[in-house]
Every structure is written in C-alpha cells, then in structure tokens.
Write a protein that binds this ligand. Structure first.
Ligand code: CDP
Ligand code: CDP
Length: 230
C-alpha cells in the first residue's frame, strides 16, 4: 500500500496518542502528536510570565519559539528551543491552560502550517482535535475516537497514579469535561468530527481491540479502492 495520511481526532483521553503511535509503528509511518505542540507552546507562555488570557502577548511570543521532537520510550521526547520539556508538558498547570492558549488564531495558524509541512509527503499518523477537519482535510483515513467521560477520566487517573501524580478522579473528570467544552466551543477549528470521519466508541474496549478496528477500517477502504493513493 502506498503511503497515506491518517488523521485521528477526539476528546481528551479517548486513546488517540496510544492508538496513533501503535499504528504508526506497525505501518512504519511517522507519528505526530499535535497536542504535544500546543502543550509546548503553553510551557513557553507559562515560563515567560505572560498571562494565558493575554492573547496579543501570547501571539507575539509564539513565532519566536522552536518546537522539536525526538523518538523516545514510552513517549516521544519534546523540546522547546532545544531544551527537553517532555515531562513538563503533562503537568496539571499546563493541562489547565492549554485549551485557552490553543484557541488563539496566531497559535493555531503557526501550528497548522508546521503540521501540514510534516505531513506533506504522506506516511503519517497525526492525532489531535482538528486534523481531519482543518489540518489534513484530504487525509485518506479519518478516525474520530470517543469514550464516555467517566472512562476517559478513569484512564487518565490510572495513568497519573502510575506517574505519582495526586489529582483525584473527581478533579480529573472535571478538568476533562472543562477541556472538552473549551475545545469543542472555540471559534477556530473546534474539536468536531469531520463529515467523512469514522467514529469509533472505545468505551469498554482494550487498546488492541481499538487498533484492530482501525486496521479493519483501513483494509476495507483499501479493498474498496477508497484510498486516494498517489
Ligand atoms: O492527550 P490529551 O487528550 O490530554 O490532550 P492533547 O492531545 O495533549 O492536547 C492538549 C490540548 O491541546 C487540547 O485539550 C486542545 O486544547 C489542544 N489541541 C488543539 O487545540 N488542537 C490539536 N490538534 C491538538 C491539541
Ligand atoms: O491521546 P489521548 O488523550 O486521546 O489518550 P491517550 O493518552 O492515548 O490514552 C489515555 C490513557 O488511556 C492511556 O493511559 C492509555 O493507555 C489508556 N487507554 C485505555 O486504557 N484503553 C484504550 N482503549 C485506549 C487508551
């Protein structure tokens, strides 16, 4: 099969990055975690002392930032101006502020440009909120992953506990709901299922079951000649 673009969108903790990473690995594609980019910008804003609600100062800061990635286990390494920030991007403070900063036009424009450049040659699995709708509207495969809020919060709670983070399940559930709300109601590129995306409800499903469903979707599209292969 020639190399295609695969877009995976959905709300927080639906399993996007876990599934996207496995798919990319199996297909020998590049995996792009666009959420990590918005989180990296948020780290820079918080470090600079600029108030997250100060849109014009945030917008002026963003073009001067250099975000880069390197392979890593269990997660990709993320760098801001060549300094590693892999752990910092997952902090409670960054998670609490990332949706506001991601809603700004200047931030979205720059990130969208960067993401399109990376995906230009195909062979990419990109996960985020607006990949199928805005970043890669011609992606050959678009998946919209969902799961109940409670299950998503529980997944994040277990993940955080393993990392020694102490937020309660109720706090995580409230934060997930708030982020879902902000991400799906913002004016520019809100979290939304693309009209040609296939929705997969992962509630009660294991990671391997979800991977299997998505591979079936890709294989069916291939068999039906629906993949616009170059
Ligand atoms: O992994 P998790 O679901 O916690 O979130 P993420 O994918 O790391 O994304 C963090 C935040 O970045 C989201 O809540 C959105 O506010 C923003 N984001 C976005 O606006 N557009 C994207 N394509 C990806 C993330
Ligand atoms: O990227 P996103 O925020 O959508 O979710 P994730 O970071 O891939 O997944 C959040 C957590 O849920 C991780 O700890 C995954 O291992 C777990 N997960 C799960 O338990 N069952 C699934 N079907 C998918 C993810």
């Amino acid at each position: 099969m020639n190399e295609i673009q695969i877009a995976i969108d959905g709300p927080a903790s639906a399993g996007k990055s876990t599934i996207a990473k496995i798919l990319a690995n199996d297909l020998k594609y590049v995996y792009v975690d666009t959420g990590a980019m918005y989180r990296a910008i948020t780290v820079a804003v918080l470090r600079s002392g600029i108030a997250p609600e100060d849109e014009s100062s945030v917008s002026a800061l963003v073009p001067s930032l250099e975000i880069s990635f390197a392979p890593g286990e269990p997660v990709q390494k993320v760098f801001l101006n060549q300094k590693e920030i892999t752990q910092e991007i997952r902090s409670i403070e960054v998670t609490a502020n990332v949706s506001e900063i991601s809603s700004y036009a200047a931030v979205r424009d720059l990130m969208t440009q960067l993401q399109r450049k990376i995906a230009n040659n195909g062979g990419v699995v990109m996960d985020g909120r607006d990949i199928g709708t805005t970043v890669l509207p011609k992606a050959e495969v678009k998946i919209f992953l969902i799961a109940s809020v409670h299950e998503r919060a529980l997944r994040r709670y277990k993940e955080n506990q393993a990392k020694g983070m102490t937020e309660s399940l109720a706090e995580i559930e409230a934060a997930v709901q708030k982020r879902d709300y902000l991400d799906s109601t913002r004016l520019i590129s809100p979290l939304k299922k693309a009209s040609d995306a296939i929705e997969v409800d992962t509630t009660g499903l294991s990671i391997s079951e979800v991977v299997k469903i998505i591979k079936q979707i890709i294989n069916e599209k291939h068999a039906n000649n629906e993949l616009n292969l170059v």
